[in-house]
Design a protein around this ligand. Sequence first.
Ligand code: HEC
Ligand code: HEC
Length: 145
Amino acid sequence: MKKIISSFFVLSLVMFFSCSQAELASLRGDMVENPSDAPEIKHYLKDQPPMARDYLQQPPLIPHNIDGYMINIKHNKCLGCHSWTNYKRHNATKISQTHFESRDGAVMSNVSPRRFFCLQCHVPQVDSRPLVENTFAPVDAMRLQ
Ligand code: HEC
Ligand code: HEC
């Protein structure tokens, strides 16, 4: 019995080492153990009208430049245009009612803290190839006819 266990042990060691020798590819393009090259700086798309959404609950993508837009505990540049008080003046979309709900579902009189850091959910776009090819398609309800 001892012999069987020890030969099993040796076999698994051999398998472990031969697997770890195999070349692993990484999506960032470098070998796994190497540091990455500095990524090339990609430019945001030009300002444009709102982009089509792919599913109903999707946070809309940001269709404009946001360089230098600061969000911190005292200041929120985004609300300077998107809040209910400011949206008309800037011709921007107002944040929706869901942004006033606390995580317990209570409706608040101001933006909920969990919606304060807009860039957690809303992101600007660059024109680049997806890292992994895929066949993703928008849900029927959002597909442009
Ligand atoms: C100077 C004013 C201004 C500021 C500041 C601003 N936006 Fe906008 N935003 C706009 C305008 C104008 C539109 C386009 C509205 C249209 O064409 O219908 C827009 C569109 C958007 C949309 C698309 C809405 C949709 O229905 O698809 C999102 C999302 C958005 N902005 C998020 C942000 C976020 C997040 C920030 C802060 C990082 C921000 N915006 C800062 C003016 C602004
Ligand atoms: C936790 C994720 C999250 C955060 C944080 C967040 N949003 Fe949203 N936002 C969404 C989702 C999801 C939608 C689409 C569904 C909806 O309207 O609630 C949305 C919708 C919007 C819309 C479109 C509303 C409409 O009527 O079409 C605007 C504009 C917007 N958000 C701006 C902002 C701004 C500005 C902030 C920061 C103050 C922000 N959001 C923070 C998730 C988020």
